[in-house]
Design a protein around this ligand. Structure first.
Ligand code: NDP
Length: 277
């Protein structure tokens, strides 16, 4: 039985085990997938221990994605672009490959929702990205590749937004202060405020002008950001469940020689479960 885990802090809320076991089931595979609570001081040792003791692959979530990038021995191009890693694969003899599937997962989910709402594609849209942590870093490259017309990054610590923008030589990409947010077609909430039961303070007119507001956080009840977006007139308010499943599908494919699971079937199943709970 192949062993997988997800490293994070907090981690009890993570749906990754459920999602990965659903994927395995689609192919008749029986895997074990755990949750591993770690800490910044222990993270490198925890990862090394996991791979030394039979681990095949792991996901990495808040707040370890940038730390994970520093400790892997090999990286994919998209991980290097992001400087952050959400997927680890053991290669034996202490070697670990780091990949980043967050961005392609987000793009897949955004495209699906834009098509459903009949409001065009990502191509040509303006985007405001709130946050510059591990998750935000992973999505900048794939959003640019998807043809967005402008991507503005705003972060509480502005220097980190500037640093992220500097990684890409692209005139469509800029950063701004959290106090001077520009209107955009799509607003993506990529900070960890929801995990801290906090909320960003945002001007109401931004929501009214957006065709879609997307919170990377997810849960049974709408996040404060999505409540703000709906209350201020945005018609399409979505949480990060679809992104979570889409990025997980790409991690699964990396670990299983390219086997790509049916992610929409799993999203539907999880949504039904939420409704029934
Ligand atoms: P990190 O810890 O790497 O980054 C945290 C980010 O949130 C930073 O930009 C930080 O700003 C900002 N932040 C934290 N607290 C506050 C606050 N009180 N006010 C304003 N900004 C704040 O986390 P990740 O980037 O890995 O994860 C961010 C979120 O995205 C998490 O909720 C995570 O669950 C979610 N996520 C969802 C995914 C999905 O598939 N749906 C995938 C990946 C992440 P600063 O730089 O100033 O500290």
């Amino acid at each position: 039985m192949a062993l997988f885990t997800v490293f994070g802090s907090p981690i009890a809320h993570s749906l990754s085990p459920q999602i990965q076991l659903e994927f395995a089931d689609q192919f008749g595979l029986v895997n074990e997938y755990r949750r591993s609570l770690s800490s910044p001081g222990r993270f490198a040792a925890d990862v090394a221990y996991f791979f030394r003791h039979g681990g095949s692959g792991a996901n990495v979530t808040v707040p370890f994605k940038q730390q994970a990038y520093q400790l892997v021995t090999h990286t994919t191009l998209r991980a290097r672009q992001a400087g952050a890693v959400n997927t680890l694969m053991g290669r034996g003899a202490g070697q670990v490959l780091g990949d980043n599937t967050d961005g392609l997962g987000l793009v897949a989910d955004l495209r699906w929702h834009l098509a459903k709402a009949q409001v065009g594609d990502l191509s040509g849209k303006t985007v405001l990205l709130l946050g510059a942590g591990g998750a935000a870093r992973g999505v900048v490259g794939p959003l640019l590749d998807a043809g967005v017309a402008r991507l503005t990054v705003a972060n509480r610590t502005e220097a980190k937004a500037a640093d992220l923008v500097d990684r890409f030589a692209d005139s469509r990409l800029a950063y701004c202060s959290m106090n001077e947010l520009p209107a955009a077609d799509i607003i993506i909430q990529a900070t960890s405020v929801a995990l801290q039961q906090q909320a960003l303070t945002l001007p109401a007119n931004l929501a009214a002008q957006a065709v879609l507001c997307y919170d990377m956080s997810y849960g049974a009840t709408p996040t404060k950001f999505l409540q703000w977006a709906a209350a201020n007139g945005c018609a399409n308010c979505l949480d990060g469940l679809g992104m979570l499943v889409e990025q997980a599908a790409l991690s699964f494919a990396l670990w299983h020689d390219g086997l790509l699971p049916d992610s929409r079937a799993v999203i539907t199943k999880l949504l039904e479960r939420n409704t029934n709970e």
